[in-house]
Design a binder for this molecule. Structure first.
Ligand code: ADP
Ligand code: MG
Length: 596
């Protein structure tokens, strides 16, 4: 098969050039599509010209509009009969494609689109067909069912589309696809799309298509293999904070942050600038010329972070981009593929990170199925990690700075300071100056604490089926996380220690302390949840007064363990069945424990 279009076939560089009906042009403008994608530029002129086509293209290349727009141009709104049939491998795709075509038909009065697929009742589909829908999008099995019941008649069909043909054959629909092709009138156009061209598809094309124009657009999937795909569970209201930390520790030269709406682009972009990050945003609203300037700055290194909507970033090709952050999980897996394709360009390494709110994890699974990859879960860096990263960068610049000289002014300042503060150790002084230089003002403000605790809760909650559809996820209701452990004589099951992952504590260190000083065995220690400034440990057998005494003097990560029965940190935190000797509004441990 030839891999290019014969030179006689037109390739459009703008939608206007395609001379689509007015109503369709309006819908395209509404959608914010600016220029046709490669497959659209080649397929649409051929289809409008009445040709059959075979299109080889990956997901995310814009195939739906490539066949959907000319299909609608061919439909006669006054004829209340099925005139176009689109076959898709899955029910989700049928719904998506039907939805997309309906959107393209928004300004075409009298044109109706119906989706037919298995697993849902016949009757509503049948009624929609009887009402005279002209476009049917369906899975092969259900389309055949309708044909057999005569609820679907193909007599007036002049347009057939096989979307993701290879996938349909893989799913065992070869026979159904053949049947539909055979039952449709001779005088019809066929558009066949497939990501790959196995012999079986080639045979279908040879047998059922008439002198098709063959169109291949460049593979995109090679990029995906050089992109490390990750995700993190982040509650909605903490996304900006999480993003700031991710950007702070990233080694990427430049990053692109994808958001769903113009409003979000502006908001997130501005928030990053406020935090001192070299960022800008683009959306469909930003004029083309301005957008190009911003992209140029990103390319040259004058800008490090670009916040963009999907439409604005279409086709963006900037080698410096080493990180793509999906601030929201895209609704369509195809969009995901397109987004992450912005990194790993030109064979470079790239990382993609998707923020998922606790109740969006289903969408993640859908993306994993479509892209046939598994996304690796990562943790949002802690403030300590952010500071460590910054200070390391800072120190890495020191040798060069020393080399350059002209440090007398500072040497003198150090000497004066030490003379005036005789108790100050010079290493402490250097450490404090480093902390200030990286913006660490000391014990974390309440905000950061909130983010870390919320991240932790978000990670834990889904396992317990405690995901709520609406409202703030970050403040589980009283008792939501209540544990179901039965009490065993010897003491309450859940204990609280005053060290958390802000102190760099790992579960192993806690188990070590409990089994060492506490005299327990590994089996005595149950689940450990590490939060920002504290941790909760299950000890179903309880602690003897002796062990408790020893542990009360134990240090982990250089900090006193301060072990005590967990009575919940505050109204919204984890709780146990243990005694509640809590007094009113107090937040018993955070302040004092941190401000020693
Ligand atoms: P495919 O079927 O090839 O996987 P889709 O038709 O689903 O791709 O399109 C992928 C995404 O690209 C969709 O979100 C769609 O709205 C968008 N899109 C398609 N064509 C254009 C275009 N010309 N300009 C901007 N966005 C487009
Ligand atoms: Mg598609």
């Amino acid at each position: 098969m030839s891999t290019s279009v014969p030179t006689t076939m037109p390739v459009a560089s703008s939608f206007a050039e395609l001379a689509l009906p007015r109503g369709i042009e309006r819908a395209i403008a509404d959608l914010g599509f600016e220029t046709p994608s490669a497959i659209q530029a080649r397929a649409i002129p051929s289809l409008l010209d009445g040709r059959d086509i075979v299109g080889v293209a990956q997901t995310g290349t814009g195939k739906t509009a490539a066949f959907g727009l000319p299909l609608l141009a061919a439909v006669d709104p006054d004829l209340r009969a099925v005139q176009a049939v689109v076959l898709t491998p899955t029910r989700e795709l049928a719904m998506q494609v039907a939805e997309a075509i309906s959107t393209f038909a928004a300004h075409l009065p009298g044109v109706d689109v119906v989706a037919v697929y298995g697993g849902s009742p016949f009757l509503p589909q049948q009624r929609a067909l009887q009402r005279g829908a002209q476009v049917v999008v369906g899975t092969p099995g259900r389309v055949i069912d309708h044909l057999e019941r005569r609820t679907l008649v193909l007599d007036e069909v002049r347009y057939l589309v096989l979307d993701e043909a290879d996938e349909m054959l893989r799913m065992g629909f070869a026979e159904e696809v053949e049947k539909v092709l055979e039952r449709a009138p001779e005088q019809r156009q066929v558009a066949l799309f497939s990501a790959t061209m196995p012999p079986a598809i080639r045979r279908v094309a040879e047998q059922h298509l008439t002198d098709p124009v063959e169109i291949t657009v460049a593979r995109q999937s090679s990029t995906v293999t050089t992109v490390q795909q990750t995700y993190a569970v982040v509650p909605f209201r903490h996304k900006v904070g999480a993003l700031t930390r991710v950007l702070a520790v990233s080694d990427a030269d430049a990053a692109i942050v994808f958001v769903r709406t113009r409003g979000a682009a502006e908001e997130v972009g501005s928030a990053l600038v406020e935090k001192g990050i070299s960022a800008a945003y683009i959306s469909g609203d930003v004029a083309q010329g301005e957008r190009e300037k911003i992209v140029e700055r990103l390319r040259s290194g004058a800008l490090d972070v670009l916040v963009a909507t999907d439409v604005a970033a279409r086709g963006l090709d900037v080698e410096r981009i080493g990180l793509v952050v999906n601030f929201d999980v895209p609704r369509e897996p195809e969009t995901y593929v397109h987004r992450i394709g912005r990194t790993g360009r030109a064979g470079r390494e790239g990382t993609a990170l998707s923020f998922v709110t606790p109740n969006e994890q289903g969408r993640l699974r859908q993306i994993e199925r479509t892209t046939r990859t598994t996304l690796e879960q990562i943790q949002i860096p802690s403030p300590a990690e952010v500071s460590a990263h910054r200070v390391q960068k800072l120190f890495s610049r020191a040798p060069e700075r020393i080399e350059k000289g002209r440090l007398d002014l500072y040497r003198e300042a150090v000497a004066v300071h030490l003379a005036q503060n005789p108790g100050t150790d010079s290493v402490d002084l250097l450490a404090a100056v480093a902390a200030l230089a990286v913006g660490d003002e000391g014990p974390a403000p309440r905000d950061a604490e909130d983010l870390d605790d919320a991240l932790q809760r978000a990670r834990l909650a889904p396992e317990r089926g405690a995901v709520r559809e609406h409202g703030s996820y970050d403040r589980p209701e009283r008792g939501e996380r209540r544990r179901t452990n039965t009490h065993i004589a010897g003491g309450p099951a859940r204990w609280r220690v005053a060290v958390g992952h802000r102190d760099g504590v790992q579960p192993g260190a806690l188990v070590g302390a409990l089994t060492g000083e506490g005299g327990l065995t590994g089996k005595d220690v149950g689940k450990i949840d590490i939060f920002a400034s504290f941790s909760l440990v299950d000890i179903p057998g309880g602690l003897s007064p002796d062990a408790l005494d020893r542990l009360s003097r134990t240090r982990v990560a250089g900090r006193p363990l301060r072990i005590r029965v967990d009575s919940g940190p505050r109204g919204d935190g984890p709780r146990t069945e243990g005694p509640r000797h809590q007094h009113g509004a107090s937040r018993p441990t955070h302040g004092p424990a941190r401000n020693r």
